[in-house]
Design a protein around this ligand. Structure first.
Ligand SMILES: *Cc1c(COP(=O)(O)O)cnc(C)c1O
Length: 387
């Protein structure tokens, strides 16, 4: 349904919230040409191995495994941690469905910690109070590419002997104080979905440290097969195929220019929206080299004079697709009805009702940004004036 609407929107010239980066067609065709010689199109072929090493180096990871998507990267990382059945995992409800589902689908119990109102990531000050003798891991999310408080989380994990798995689906391409983004926690899971900063059409990866975890992780993405006659893990099928790996090799070459283009778009938004009463923009972590994955705006209806939903509707009427990202909280999903209390994370609940992410992608027409901002500002009572 959504896909059909998107197709229609693309034809009607609507501005969508995101647009997938693609390499020049000839470059991709050249990249996949070898596959017609080898006839090896999946199961850890040559492109897979080349991409794995390129991304390992790019992310500063000790080790790296590729996946068919970001969700399976998270779900199988949790499984490969071999946490005791029914253990608790401290996480955020202000995220995409995948994070919470990955915990529940492993038979683990999500325990929701609130977020920081300015950075939108897990507030480490809330973690201590949630720890019980059943807590086994922390699964924080680098929401919108804003880095979690990796130092504080690392200290808490060490103090209580917990595993840390980062949902780094939004954080590809970033650096923090001389550290690459694949260096944090026991594992960091990335998504290379078409809508992300960097894509392999669909794809994902786990950057990790421990080799025995890695061996199990590798088997789990291939049905738990150890060798031709031994299957010793209850695995899934989550391998990245050669066509996706080839797309990844091409897109990686163009990444620097795409990041630069995103930065320009985000700065143009910021120039037009920063300082407008009632609008709050993302506060990036000090020392973070950002990837400009999303442009979230939090609307304070009293000060701004319009609600998030008013602005969403006005943009929609103007042919602009913004996204209520993340609304609702995962703890409010229909499938979890009666199971969690969203009121336990009041900051996350407050923000999810007021946030909108505006369209942002590489090679965006600056005039589109200006038009989007003027629609947003026209909803408010007080308008920022520009010379
Ligand atoms: C996109 C995303 C995922 C899942 O990645 P897929 O590659 O789409 O499976 C997980 N977590 C977050 C926060 C995401 O945005």
């Amino acid at each position: 349904m959504e896909i059909k609407e998107n197709k229609k929107s693309w034809k009607s010239g609507r501005i969508l919230v995101t647009r997938s980066s693609l390499p020049p067609l000839e470059e991709y065709v050249d990249e996949i040409r070898d596959l017609w010689e080898s006839h090896w199109i999946t199961n850890m072929g040559a492109k897979h191995e080349e991409l794995r090493e390129a991304l390992r180096a790019y992310l500063g990871a000790e080790h790296l495994e590729l996946f068919t998507n970001g969700h399976m990267a998270i779900e199988l990382s949790l499984q490969a941690m071999e946490l005791p059945e029914g253990s608790e995992v401290i996480t955020t409800p202000f995220t995409f469905a995948s994070t919470t589902h990955a915990i529940v689908r492993n038979g683990l119990q999500p325990v929701f910690c609130d977020i920081d109102p300015e950075t939108f990531v897990l507030d480490p000050a809330g973690i201590d109070a949630l720890i019980t003798d059943r807590t086994a891991a922390i699964l924080p999310v680098h929401v919108y590419g804003n880095l979690c408080d990796v130092d504080a989380i690392g200290q808490i994990a060490q103090k209580y002997g917990l595993k840390v798995i980062y949902d780094a689906a939004h954080a590809f391409g970033e650096e923090y104080r001389g550290h690459q983004i694949g260096e944090f926690g026991d594992a960091s899971c990335f998504s290379f979905h078409a809508t992300k900063v960097y894509n392999t059409i669909e794809g994902g990866a786990v950057a990790y440290r421990d080799e025995s975890f890695g061996r199990l992780l590798y088997r789990l993405k291939n049905f738990g097969i150890r060798d031709a006659e031994t299957v010793d893990g209850i695995g899934a099928n989550a391998k990245m195929n050669e066509f996706c790996a080839a797309m990844g090799l091409c897109n990686l070459r163009h990444l620097p220019e795409k990041l630069k283009s995103r930065k320009e778009a985000a700065e143009r938004y910021r120039e037009r929206l920063e300082g407008v009463p009632g609008l709050r923009l993302l506060k990036p972590k000090d020392g973070l080299k950002q990837n400009y994955a999303y442009f979230p705006v939090v609307f304070n209806e009293k000060e701004f004079g319009a609600t998030r939903n008013d602005v969403f509707a006005a943009l929609d009427r103007a042919g602009i697709g913004a996204r209520k990202y993340f609304y609702p909280l995962t703890s409010s999903y229909t499938c979890y009805q009666g199971r969690f209390d969203p009121g336990q994370t009041p900051v996350a609940l407050h923000i999810s009702k007021r946030v909108l992410t505006l369209p942002l992608y590489a090679d965006m027409d600056p005039r589109d940004i200006d038009r989007i901002c003027s629609v947003v500002l026209s909803c408010g009572t007080e308008r920022k004036t520009h010379g």
